[in-house]
Design a protein. Structure first.
Length: 95
């Protein structure tokens, strides 16, 4: 891919998203972390397990609305489970 004269591949893009989401986690920016996470999935980037940890950290460090943060936590957990099932099916189909 090429953006603004800079060439990058999917691995670079995935790494960039991972770093940005980690920083959101440290700062407690739940909404921004989730926006980046959703954008990452739309672009078919590989989601490292550390991304989920960063999102959990964002919720833990957030001073925002507690109910909204709990809803975000449930969404992340559901996403992890669906991703786990998808990866499990891919692995079984290879064998």
């Amino acid at each position: 891919m090429k953006a603004g004269g800079i060439r990058y591949d999917m691995q670079d893009l995935s790494h960039m998203f991972t770093v940005l989401i980690a920083e959101c986690g440290r700062a407690g920016h739940v909404k921004m972390g989730l926006r980046l996470f959703n954008d990452m999935k739309k672009r078919s980037c590989f989601v490292q397990p550390s991304v989920y940890t960063s999102l959990f950290n964002a919720i833990a460090n957030s001073i925002g609305d507690r109910e909204e943060n709990l809803e975000s936590l449930e969404k992340i957990k559901r996403n992890m489970r669906s991703e786990e099932r998808r990866v499990g099916k891919e692995c079984r189909s290879r064998w």
